[in-house]
Design a protein around this ligand. Sequence first.
Ligand code: 5GP
Ligand code: MN
Length: 343
Amino acid sequence: MTIGSPAIELEKLLDKGRKTAIISHFNPDGDAVGSSVGMRRFLLSKNMDADIVLPSRHPEFLDFLDPEKDIICYVDNKEKALQTVNAAELIICLDFNRPERTEWLSEALTGSSAVKVLIDHHLNPDRDKFDIIISDASASSTCELLYRTLMDFNAIQGDPHRLSHDTLTAIATGILTDTNNFNNSVTPDTFSIASDMLRCNVDLDAINTLVFKRYSESRMRLMGHLLTDSMEIDTRLHASSMVITMKDREKYRFADGDSEGFVNLPLMISDVEVSALFSETPDYVRVSLRSKGHISVNALANAFFNGGGHERAAGGRLYMPVGQVRKYFLESLEQFLLTSEGR
Ligand code: 5GP
Ligand code: MN
């Protein structure tokens, strides 16, 4: 690979004749779907195309980003998903730092001889696995990083008006969801981008309504149940834990993405520094961790929860009965706080 700006290297690779796939992580969130759709919409606006392949379904509230249902989801169509990744000559990887985060697509991705480009804002990307890396852990979101990358393209020359309105809308969605409506991880760049978006008539208010104000009644009741009946506070460790069981899933007709954001709620309590949400699935317990102080939940997730993420937002998995997870959480946190990373 020649040395040059990675954005320009990527721009050079974008070509109608080159089969391109865009892939993102398991349990895709607003940033994963927003960056994937934003990248594809940019290509479409330049008369190119790419297939988006996701390992699992996105939450329903993001359906507005895929009105034609073009996204290929491994869970719904395994063959087509794998074929698309295998046939690609260029694979653009968005919002994950290591191939394993794509779950069932990981093998195809790692084994592919395609040129692989990574655009991502997680810590410690797996550098050996990608040919071009655009990585910045200080970016609020992959969408912010994608925006900056597109701005650097020769075709755009730093002029947001050269990006199509629907490309900007998809990118804005990821910035809004990953920052929780400009609440977390924002940088001066985040607000400049938001300002560019408004100048280009992107309706941030409408996106805000679409992503944050479309709860189903059962989702709202699940939130009430978790806060009233499940949340336990450990005042000594300044930690909160909540658990969604398989029973809760049934009772509250749990759909993908229904617990999005709930883990943040206990951080509103002045004394709570770390919040954990455990969600039982048939195969493992999904872990979501958040902090508002100095504690790196990325390090905590790495050390004890088979996962990772960002300093203040991370996730992972536990392979133990759901009844044991709270005890494990408190013991792990206590141990972690004694280590140099946790202090
Ligand atoms: P969430 O709690 O919203 O599912 O995830 C928070 C952050 O942690 C996200 O940035 C996500 O990419 C990361 N994350 C979630 N689950 C995992 C996991 O199993 N492994 C790793 N490495 N990161 C995860
Ligand atoms: Mn992200």
